[in-house]
Design a protein around this ligand. Structure first.
Ligand code: MN
Length: 715
């Protein structure tokens, strides 16, 4: 191929010219002529700057930056990044060239990238935590300003790792490998640059444990050799089936990374022969719908492992990865993970952020960078930043599902609050409760992979500072902290005032609660303790104090000054002044686990523990409640039950006589619409009078004895 761009420096023929040619061969496939001229200018500039300096291996130093630029060109990076790659060591190593000089020659952008890389070179990751945290922050800051700094640094590190054998000192090789594994491999992974991630890991592994690496390498070779017939047979089988579906697909068996296999063996104390997952099967098709078609075709030939089918197309992984996965359990005693992708997804899978950087803009990645930048602004110190950031970056991920079956990836230990914020900030800000696998759970519940998560929102809801105790993802923590920060003190005081007044009104007799005399005693007491009413209201308003704690203090004072208000903290027994109602939403019955909520105009409303209405109220308004206290005021309860039966004549008559035979009454009955019921079945919702939970159990047992009844249960 003819070179469009003539060399402008007298490169040596032995080492430099060949690599320079290679760089231009790759670059000219996608850069314009003007850009190639700029590239040659940078090449010559770097050549002169490093002139006379050799690498430890004996080659001229310039071969290293050119190799870095070749790598960047293979990733399809823009000309600025390539130029920065060529000159990445110039500012650091060549004292005669200044920042201003380079900027005059190559402009702000390229110089800023070079400077970013030089700064990163000074970052040393030592074991001291505080120091590491600060270094890390610098690293990430550089990244947020222009992610191309990190891309150049990764290409630099990759070439250094490939040529690490040129470094004579074993201890130096080891520490470089360790740092690569700890920091750079993980960053490559986070940016979705899977090829680089894998190579950095395996090169680090080879340098840290050369013998183990070699052993595994040979074991994998043997494995491949022994299975080659089987792989060929499988490929033929699948291609035949794809033809039936009119599918064009590329099929490839790809070995897993040696380091990944090594880690798995070590963690699970396995010998190589016991590792079941050594290979992936990659299938590349033309369109998204072909991906699902191919999945079906694969399953029609080989049985999938249940629970291992992952749809990462609808909602990509946080590093932008998309694909459909399934795991086949093969007779030959190993599992094969099948990854089905379109060509575009395949490019993202291999090259991550660099697959579409600067072209159509990777949405997921921009969003992630934005998160990192938010996080940085809102972190109190470097350590906190590191803690939050590493949560997102390094911890294992969990994959939860939306009700539609879309996958949301979250840091390990995440809760429904994290899930809600991952879906949308508004969903997070308005979430009040959640269902995991159709069961109502508190927002603090830790999610596990495969959980189906549904978020219940309310227009009035607001984020609670208490969520910071369990929210894990940077995104959720930032949003919550922002909200709290933006809630002004005045707002908090006002809200606290309202909450306190409400709690007082509902707990103390009106005469007592509104007594100015009592309030004066309370103010005096606060003053004694160097506090103030405003401070108490602020603490309540920001969720640092429960309203009932303040009420308890006030009630204690009331006990001292009012004879008719003997008040024993929040135990409900013996207090005639509390109005008690049973929640119509969940219809609690004596014996159920319950909580009370003090609410305006309604007194104390008792809810069953998993009632959505209860979970919607802020935890600080929920009171421990037991039936010993409530039961004194109520002796009859309404319970709602669902009866599902085969349709037949006299069914309703059978049911009502069963109900009266156990001494209960039907308060109301509703028929569930035919459209919601299986054919030939009929369903009723009854509200019945019951004495307690035991009575309700009797009724249900009696109903189940009716021949046509298939199901009878409490709602
Ligand atoms: Mn370098």
């Amino acid at each position: 191929m003819p070179m469009i761009i003539a060399p402008t420096a007298s490169y040596d023929a032995e080492h430099t010219q060949p690599v320079r040619e290679k760089l231009f061969q790759v670059a000219q496939t996608y850069l314009s002529e003007d850009e190639l001229i700029l590239l040659e200018k940078a090449c010559a500039y770097a050549f002169h700057a490093h002139y006379g300096v050799n690498r430890k291996s004996g080659e001229p130093y310039i071969t290293h930056p050119i190799a870095v630029a070749i790598e960047l060109a293979q990733w399809g990076m823009d000309v600025q990044t390539l130029c920065a790659g060529l000159m990445h060591d110039v500012l650091e190593d060549v004292k005669t060239i200044s920042h201003a000089q380079m900027e005059a020659e190559f402009g702000k952008t390229i110089t800023a990238i070079v400077e970013g890389v030089s700064k990163l070179d000074k970052v040393k990751f030592t074991d001291k935590d505080e120091h590491k945290a600060e270094s890390f922050q610098k690293l990430i800051l550089a990244m947020v300003k222009d992610v191309r700094v990190i891309i150049v640094k990764l290409a630099d590190r990759l070439h250094n790792m490939r040529t690490l054998s040129g470094v004579p000192k074993i201890s130096k090789r080891r520490s470089t490998a360790q740092e690569t594994l700890d920091i750079y491999a993980n960053i490559a992974n986070r940016l979705g640059m899977n090829m680089v991630y894998r190579e950095l890991q395996d090169l680090s592994f080879a340098n840290m444990y050369p013998m183990r690496h070699l052993g595994l390498f040979h074991a994998m070779e043997r494995f491949r050799y022994n299975r080659s017939d089987m792989f060929m047979y499988m490929e033929r089988n699948l291609q035949e089936r794809f033809q039936d579906f009119n599918l064009k697909a590329e099929i490839k068996f790809v070995p897993k990374g040696l380091y990944g296999i090594y880690r798995k063996m070590k963690k699970n104390k396995l010998t190589f022969n016991k590792v079941r997952e050594l290979y992936n099967l990659q299938i590349v098709v033309d369109t998204v719908s072909d991906c699902y078609l191919a999945l079906g075709a694969v399953h029609s030939v080989y049985k999938p492992t249940p629970g291992r089918i992952k749809d990462l197309i609808a909602i990509p992984k946080s590093n932008g990865y998309q694909g459909v996965h399934t795991t086949l359990a093969l007779r030959e005693n190993f599992n094969l993970e099948v990854q089905i992708r379109t060509r575009k997804m395949d490019a993202v899978a291999k090259y991550g952020i660099t697959a579409n950087l600067g072209r159509n803009g990777d949405h997921a990645m921009n969003e992630w960078l934005q998160n990192v930048s938010d996080l940085q602004e809102n972190s109190a110190n470097a350590l906190e930043f590191l803690e939050i950031f590493t949560n997102d970056l390094f911890s294992r991920e969990v994959y939860a599902l939306t009700p539609r079956g879309d996958v949301v990836s979250l840091p390990f230990g995440s809760t429904p609050v994290d899930f809600a914020y991952a879906v949308h900030t508004d969903v997070g800000n308005r979430c009040v409760a959640s269902r995991i696998d159709d069961k109502l759970v508190p927002l603090s519940t830790v999610l596990r992979s495969g959980n189906k998560v549904e978020i219940i929102t309310s227009k009035e809801a607001r984020p609670s500072p208490a969520w910071l105790n369990f929210a894990k993802s940077g995104r959720a923590r930032t949003a919550i902290r922002n909200y709290v920060k933006n809630t002004s003190r005045a707002d908090a005081v006002q809200l606290g005032g309202v909450l306190l007044a409400k709690a007082l009104d509902n707990v103390l007799p009106k005469k007592v609660a509104s007594s100015e005399q009592l309030m004066q005693h309370y103010l005096d007491k606060l003053k004694e303790n160097e506090s103030s009413l405003e401070e108490v209201q602020y603490q309540i308003g920001t969720g640092q104090m429960l309203p009932i704690e303040a009420v308890r203090d006030i009630a204690e004072l009331a006990g001292e000054y009012f004879d008719d208000a003997v008040f024993s903290s929040i135990r409900l027994s013996g207090n005639h002044h509390i109005r008690i109602r049973l929640g119509e939403c969940c219809r609690p019955v004596a014996g159920d686990a319950v909580h009370g909520v003090i609410s305006e105009g309604k007194g104390l409303v008792v809810h069953r523990d998993h009632c959505p209405e209860l979970l919607k109220t802020p935890p600080e308004q929920q009171l421990e409640t037991n039936w010993g206290s409530v039961g004194q005021y109520v002796n009859q309860y309404d319970a709602e039950i669902l009866v599902s039966a085969k349709d037949g004549h006299a069914l309703l008559a059978d049911i009502s006589s069963a109900i009266s035979s156990v001494d209960s009454n039907i308060v109301s009955v509703q028929t569930v619409p035919m459209s919601q019921v299986a054919k030939g079945m009929i369903e009723f919702r009854f509200v019945l009078n019951v004495r307690d939970l035991a009575h309700l159990d009797d009724i249900i047992a009696r109903l189940k004895q009716i021949p046509n009844v298939q199901r009878a249960e409490r709602i």
